[in-house]
Ligand binder design. Structure first.
Ligand code: T6T
Length: 331
């Protein structure tokens, strides 16, 4: 090989090595370059009761929104066994102790949760209420169904099912819960438009299915002319359905229930329930996370005090239609 060729080969090898080292350096440099680390925001979602199909569906919506945002983590928490301030407040306090970036909570009572929520806000944690609300407007927003309208729709659906005449009764959770109080009041107000309907009033089951079932059995036994019932949430609904079915009155005593948990949808399809006032819990969770993200990333301006997420009256005629699908709970 001539000296010239050797010299050219050496020059070529050196140039290639230099290029390779530059490339290596370049990639190393870009890895080490001081990059603004994207903060991960943690939002606690404190359910009214963590075992309920409604809140489990809300959790899914919240997690989907967090995933889409990319830098949000949702921690779902709440009492697994009871819908009450006494069982919920320890879970809220637990969330406050972890100092999350925001708390989204479904307060189990309009007034009992004011002071505990105030503590969170004093600790610098912004709070949004989801589904239910408290009477003091300290949460930066509330995302919910239009519950008074839902109660009125339930009255119209029940009136239609019983041909606008006869005795009707209702089962709710406890007095003092914003959502079910509004459903109860909307229902009672709307029933006044039907002069031939005799309203026997509301009983409270403490979100206990067995209690709701026993209350219904007693109503069926004591009021042979009972034509229809309105159950104001998932658990009271499951209890009412259970008792009416056990009494062999399925389809004879007409039922309208709030919510659309899987057993309720099944009972609707089977003919035991006539109509469900279904909420959109997935959308509530989704919207609340989007709003909390706006709030904590410096875009507070323009966030409204309330957002409605819609509802649907589900009947056997429309239960399988595509536009109803999003209202059926998927715990
Ligand atoms: O109806 C929902 C919710 O809107 C209400 O506040 C409490 O009960 C449910 O969770 C259903 O069981």
């Amino acid at each position: 090989m001539s000296r010239r060729i050797i010299a050219v080969l050496i020059a070529f090898t050196l140039a290639a090595a230099a290029l390779a080292s530059t490339a290596a350096l370049g990639s190393g440099e870009s890895q080490q370059a001081p990059q603004a680390q994207k903060k991960t925001y943690t939002f606690y979602l404190v359910a009214g009761i963590a075992s309920d199909a409604f809140y489990l569906t809300m959790k899914k919506g919240a997690q989907a929104a967090a995933k889409k945002l990319g830098n949000v983590k949702v921690v779902f928490t709440g009492s697994p066994a009871a819908f009450s301030p006494n069982t919920q407040i320890p879970f809220l306090n637990g969330a406050i102790a972890r100092k999350p970036d925001a708390i989204l909570i479904a307060p189990t009572d309009k007034t009992a949760l004011i002071a505990p929520i105030q503590r969170a806000i004093k600790a610098g944690i912004p709070v949004a209420t989801v589904d239910t609300f408290i009477t003091k407007r300290i949460a930066f927003t509330n995302v919910s169904t239009d519950n008074p309208a839902g109660g009125r729709a339930a009255a119209d659906a029940l009136a239609k099912a019983i041909d606008k005449s006869g005795d009707v009764a209702a089962i709710s959770v406890n007095p003092g819960i914003s959502t079910t109080d509004q459903r109860r009041d909307g229902f009672a107000a709307q029933l006044k438009k039907y002069p031939n309907i005799n309203y026997l009033g509301v009983q409270y089951c403490n979100d206990d299915q067995t209690k709701a079932s026993n209350q219904t059995s007693a109503l069926l036994a004591g009021h042979p002319n009972l034509k229809g019932m309105f159950a104001m949430n998932v658990v009271s609904g499951n209890g009412v359905t259970q008792a009416v079915t056990a009494a062999g009155k399925s389809g004879k005593v007409k039922l309208v229930e709030f919510d659309a948990g899987p057993p309720q949808v099944q009972a609707l399809k089977a003919g035991t329930i006539d109509a469900l006032i279904a909420q959109y819990p997935y959308g509530i969770g989704q919207k609340a996370v989007q709003l909390a993200y706006k709030y904590v990333t410096g875009h507070k301006a323009g966030i409204k005090k309330h957002y409605g997420t819609g509802s649907a009256i589900v009947t056997r005629a429309n239960v399988n239609s595509p536009k109803i699908k999003k209202f059926l709970y998927t715990p």
